[in-house]
Design a protein around this ligand. Sequence first.
Ligand code: RIB
Ligand code: CA
Length: 342
Amino acid sequence: MILDVDTGIDDSLALLYLLASPEAQILGIAATAGNVGTAQVAANTLAMLDLGGAGEIEVAAGADGPLAIPLRTTEDTHGPQGLGYAELPVSARALSGRSAARMWAELARAHPGAIGLCTGPLTNLALALRLEPELPRLLGRLVIMGGAFQHPGNTTPTNEWNIHVDPEAAKEVFDAFSAAPPQRRPLVCALDITETIEMRPAHLARLAEAAGSAPVELPAAGQGAAWRSAASNPVLRYLVDAVRFYFDFHHGYDLGYLAHMHDPFAAAVALDPALVTTRPATVDVELAGTITRATTVADWAGMWGRQPNADIAVGTDPAVFFDRLITRVGAYARRLYPEPPA
Ligand code: RIB
Ligand code: CA
């Protein structure tokens, strides 16, 4: 797999999910500016590889910002460093010597059929497509977390964060895949489906039990910014401190004391597309609209006379995903950090 992240809280859960999944072989990770700046995304990603006990995995820094507009980040959503209330030790791992775009292109050439997963803005995938126009035919599958179709946006009334940050890149990506054969169309996990993936405190409690971690903690609104997890398992300590920030953020917007787990869901779909039902559509991105810029538009019925360039996830069972997340990450955390004998 070739990952492209803007680590961020939910990106970090996607990384843990993939590290906990034996069928996932991570070839390289592109660090893309989005939730936080490129350097912080790279540092967060390296630190997550340490926490997750990963072997050597290439992490390549992407462009400093979007293709055509200034970078906008969202520390209010993901915390000052992008990992919520959690603070991880700075990793001693070195960044790759090549750019994220070059890494995408060279890994895809070296590993035809590889699975691509984008959980951040599409800046570096767009740059990679400029280097290697054959990418749509080299990748075996591409899963994109981004967009909103028959569903409100989360950044403006109609657009979703990853597209909002770099709409020009998103348009270049969807246009480039217009030539892809049907089985190589990007599988798009937009807010329509990812906002049904509502993590709640009880999911963290189940994760703690699966990991054999103690105490089992149930974060709640009003605990305040200073509270920190005392969980015995370092993965659980991280998850409680990171996800609690996300709970507080959603609670602050009256969405409930929950967190939409966009990216680990997209990661699970990248490993097992059978988790979702999809519908083909032609997707394009509005660039010129004054109030609709960065809106993703799906032509489901061929009104534009263009071939479909995406398969959009339209159905899933969130409980199946959470069972898989808890089983995999819980068991992995237990194996990585076994509790000392009583
Ligand atoms: O809109 C949700 C997406 O934007 C997620 O990938 C989140 O991490 C942010 O990147
Ligand atoms: Ca993300």
